[in-house]
Design a protein around this ligand. Structure first.
Ligand SMILES: Cc1cc2nc3c(=O)[nH]c(=O)nc-3n(C[C@H](O)[C@H](O)[C@H](O)COP(=O)(O)OP(=O)(O)OC[C@H]3O[C@@H](n4cnc5c(N)ncnc54)[C@H](O)[C@@H]3O)c2cc1C
Length: 229
């Protein structure tokens, strides 16, 4: 007597199979819809912000870098934001101009001279402060530094190359320090080395070179006319 095929009870007509599959699909879709409705809403993608003024340097996180830009350049962002806000309201032209001039949160007049002294540094004020520290430290460095002092000074300069907050400044300084390693033997050599690196930045920025023969006068002894005494 012929035996039934082992899978015979699984065999169903095609139309019945299709109905079953379609029902399962519909059920799954319904469940997915319900789950989506119950789930907490995802954070929305950030609304695209107004385009930044040209020349703004961004940080690694893609945001404008305060310490990499000059105050003047930075202030343009504030002005742009204000303009955007004012344009978004139904305020008239006169009111817009007034808001822009008096907004307390914005750099009221975007000039370097109007910048309050207790503001975070921009690329220029940080640069001046750092050069002041570095040149003065070099001017008071021992005439003949011990091996441990030399190692400590190398560490300090490596720290500038690693941690200086303006990213492109530190990358440039790191590259230059790698190309011409710091001469930390003593005061004269270190002061000269720093003066030359500073002059390279001056050149990059289109500024006049500083006369390195005058580095001690500038950073330690003061001018011969005594006006700084
Ligand atoms: C490590 C480092 C890297 C930097 N890299 C950049 C950069 O890539 N791009 C950028 O825009 N800014 C950079 N800066 C900032 C820039 O060098 C200036 O500090 C800034 O532009 C302000 O310039 P300043 O004209 O006021 O005088 P500064 O250049 O800050 O100089 C301050 C004072 O130092 C004296 N001085 C000038 N040159 C020398 C010298 N060669 N030796 C000794 N004394 C001198 C002068 O009396 C001057 O008034 C950097 C700063 C540092 C510390």
């Amino acid at each position: 007597m012929p035996q039934p095929h082992p899978t015979q009870d699984l065999c169903i007509p095609f139309t019945q199979w299709r109905a079953l599959v379609c029902a399962a699909d519909a059920q799954a879709a319904q469940a997915a819809q319900a789950a989506q409705a119950a789930a907490p809403s995802r954070p929305k993608a950030p609304t695209p912000t107004a385009p930044l003024p040209p020349g703004i340097v961004l940080d690694a996180d893609g945001k404008p870098c305060k310490v990499c830009n000059s105050w003047k350049t930075w202030a343009k962002i504030g002005k742009k934001k204000e303009a955007g806000t004012a344009a978004g309201t139904a305020a008239g032209t006169a009111a817009t101009a007034d808001t822009t001039a008096n907004a307390p949160s914005a750099p009221a007049s975007a000039t370097a001279s109007a910048r309050p002294l207790d503001c975070p540094p921009d690329v220029e004020s940080l640069g001046r402060a750092t050069w002041t520290f570095l040149h003065t430290t070099a001017a008071y460095y021992p005439s003949h530094a011990s091996p441990s002092q030399q190692s400590s000074m190398r560490g300090l300069l490596r720290g500038v190359a690693d941690f200086y907050p303006c990213s492109y400044c530190r990358e440039d300084f790191a590259a230059r320090s790698a190309a011409v390693p710091p001469d930390v033997e003593g005061r004269e050599a270190l002061s000269r080395w720093l003066c030359e690196r500073h002059n390279e930045v001056n050149q990059r920025l289109g500024k006049e070179a500083f006369d390195c023969a005058k580095v001690m006068e500038r950073w330690k002894d003061g001018p011969a006319d005594g006006r700084c005494d």
